[in-house]
Design a protein around this ligand. Structure first.
Ligand code: ARG
Ligand code: GLU
Length: 657
């Protein structure tokens, strides 16, 4: 009994944000956390974080391009985000003559700032709970329509918190004229490439600079040369005074997706089935692409973005599996479920129903994941533009190998009852999935009519629709069905009733959140402590002209040699250097890229861009001992703008302390 109690206690400690820095909090409810924040060093008020009556920090934060975060740093609409968030825009403006990806881009005047079709940013106007309105019969569609009629450029959505136990209306003001102002060369903005991705110690200058334009009335407007720089209600002051380990930090941004309250069954599915399968499928894809890249410089460039995108999640999932195993998350969640069953009168039955529903949906859901990673990851055709590229013929054998590999993986891994009939027939008729892949590939490669590929395409579409029907929803977030969502709603509601003293936060869903923590290193291995700050000296140590990802600009080498750091130089361990990246203990996830990292006075000290590899299970289970987010130090950003870009005039618009 005693052991049981201890185990339960242990499980609860692991699973709930009892202490420390776990949690992504709704800004409109931040007053519930403000005492804790202030106890940890924060010096501002809840009203200064979020207010609908006066300018507050939320008015300086934007959802950038529908999946990243950005922050305002001048009274004239200047905004910072990550290099990898601006990457598409930078790439689109790059040509062989003006290769901004390679050499960087620095607009020398407002007239040189580059418009970006399709790129938008959203400010949160306000958020409010609408659970009661919906219970009283108003539909989300009606609520949204009413909210959007309130202002020009307003976009609204109703989002579920705690699986719909609470519903919130979010009203945004969307700006569509967002121009590229500056980007460092990739050798700074993407320094370390995929090798250093998810890794600490890190030395990436992962930032880019944009400006929001508005109508003369300061309202959202489609791109026009007559538009003027937007005057935000609020922008951040930048602090260059530095910080020490233990200092308070806060992150304000748009985390995309977490699943902190899932059952042990779901955690087990991720750690033993889903992640390992997806990793193995991508192993093969990455091998094929990497071999092509090594064989031909034109292919190296052509597949660079593709390789980075595939490798990013591939590497994240590996960290996630290791983290879940190390934390024994499945066992800890089982303990928690047992405690819940004992302490809540509905507990046992509710869990039984949930587990039964899991068992029903896991196989079709797995089939869906595999289909998306294999058949649906292949092109249905090659566009005329692609065919016109000089690199196109050189891609032939690589593309063929990808078809062969992914057809084989689909056949091996997709549960057979969910395989597309046209695929089963084709594989049988041709003797193997690979032989069938050759047939389909030749047809797609040749262009023109593609009856085989078309029948696979429509067949897999029908199968995915069928799976959505089984799950009772096509709005899929994680491993969930319509019925399971209803059960989860009750489950999380009951968890909160059963343990009212514990803080609960709603899972991330790309709505604005506050996370807070501290500048913090961590024990990486026995006797091996990772300090929370890197410097220019570390860049120089990694510098290698032979390796693409580590070949820094000559101007940076020269600055290091001359030590002419100007106002950006600092003293670290008795040597003069420039700070580059830092670690903190804020709870973040994908979507938090580009988020402002703020100090106790709400001043900008960095831009968030990653987590450490061992942190990635924090989307499912957070470990305060090792979960760390990675930010680029604002002093490095300013140093690069000033000394590498020669764009010191941009600093004049900023408020720098
Ligand atoms: N890991 C970061 C994120 O999840 C950065 C990704 C971009 N960088 C890269 N080397 N692929 O998005
Ligand atoms: N790089 C991620 C992004 O693009 C943030 C890293 C994370 O997942 O924490 O949002």
């Amino acid at each position: 009994m005693k052991k049981q109690t201890l185990l339960t206690l242990f499980a609860l400690l692991c699973l709930w944000p009892a202490a420390a820095d776990e949690g992504m909090w709704l800004p409109s409810l931040i007053s519930a956390r403000i005492d804790d924040m202030r106890a940890k060093g924060f010096r501002l008020t809840a009203e200064e974080i979020y207010s609908i009556n006066r300018a507050s920090m939320k008015d300086a934060v934007v959802l950038f391009d529908g999946g990243c975060t950005g922050e305002l740093v001048s009274a004239e609409g200047l905004l910072l985000t990550n290099h990898h968030c601006g990457y598409d825009a930078i790439q689109r403006h790059s040509t062989v003559e003006h290769d901004y990806l390679t050499h960087g881009f620095w607009a020398r005047s407002r007239a040189e700032e580059l418009p970006n079709k399709g790129l938008n940013v959203r400010f949160l106007v306000r958020m409010e709970e609408v659970t009661d309105r919906i219970a009283a019969g108003e539909t989300p569609e009606e609520i949204i329509a009413r909210a959007e009629a309130e202002g020009a450029g307003y976009k609204a959505s109703v989002e579920q918190m705690y699986y719909g136990d609470q519903q919130f209306l979010f009203i945004y003001e969307q700006f569509d004229d967002v121009r590229l102002v500056a980007a460092p060369p990739s050798s700074i903005g993407k320094f370390g490439g995929d090798t250093d991705n998810w890794i600490w110690p890190r030395h990436t200058g992962d930032f880019s600079i944009f400006r929001i334009y508005a109508s003369k009335e300061n309202k959202p407007a489609a791109y026009s040369p007559d538009n003027v720089p937007y005057r935000p209600k609020k922008h951040f002051t930048i602090s260059t005074r530095g910080f020490r380990e233990g200092d308070f930090t806060m992150i304000y941004g748009f985390p995309g997706n977490t699943q902190e309250y899932i059952l042990s069954d779901a955690a087990e599915y991720i750690a033993t089935q889903s992640d390992p399968a997806k990793i193995a499928i991508r192993d093969g894809r990455l091998d094929i692409i990497a071999r092509a890249q090594e064989s031909d410089p034109a292919l190296r460039i052509h597949y660079a973005a593709k390789h980075a995108a595939i490798a990013n999640a591939w590497k994240k999932w590996q960290g996630e599996v290791l983290g879940l195993n190390r934390m024994k998350t499945v066992a800890a969640k089982q303990e928690q479920e047992q405690a819940f069953a004992r302490e809540n009168p509905r507990g046992e039955e509710l869990l039984r129903e949930m587990k039964a529903e899991y068992a029903r949906i896991t196989t079709p859901y797995f089939a869906r994941e595999i289909t998306l990673e294999t058949l649906r990851a292949l092109p249905a055709k090659y566009s005329a533009e692609e065919r016109a590229e000089t690199v196109f013929p050189a891609r032939r054998e690589t593309e063929r190998a990808l078809f062969r590999w992914l057809f084989g993986e689909y056949a091996r891994r997709c549960p057979v009852q969910y395989q597309v009939p046209a695929f089963l027939d084709g594989a049988a008729a041709n003797g193997s999935p690979e032989a069938f892949a050759e047939k389909v590939f030749e047809e797609v490669w040749a262009g023109g009519e593609t009856p085989l590929a078309d029948s696979l395409r429509s067949g897999s579409k029908r199968m995915l629709d069928h799976i959505s029907w089984l799950l009772g929803t096509d709005r899929l977030r994680n491993l969930i069905s319509n019925r399971l969502n209803t059960l989860y709603r009750e489950y999380v509601h009951e968890l909160r009733e059963t343990w009212p003293e514990r803080p609960f936060y709603p899972d991330a869903n790309l709505t604005l959140r506050v996370a807070y923590g501290a500048i913090a290193g961590y024990e990486y291995a026995d006797g091996e402590y990772h300090k929370p700050q890197t410097t220019l000296d570390g860049i120089i140590a990694k510098d290698n002209p032979e390796i693409y990802d580590y070949d820094i600009p000559q101007s940076l080498r020269d600055l290091y040699a001359s030590k002419e750091y100007g106002r950006w130089g600092v003293e670290v361990d008795g040597r003069r250097t420039v700070p580059v990246c830092f670690l903190a203990s804020n709870h973040t996830t994908g979507g938090n890229s580009g988020s402002p990292v703020l100090n106790a006075d709400g001043e900008l000290i960095g831009i968030n861009f990653d987590r450490t590899w061992r942190s990635t299970m924090s989307d499912i289970a957070f470990d305060p001992a090792i979960c760390r987010n990675i930010a680029v130090d604002i002093r490095y950003v300013l140093f690069v703008v000033d000394r590498i870009g020669g764009a010191g005039y941009l600093l004049k618009e900023m408020r720098i302390k």
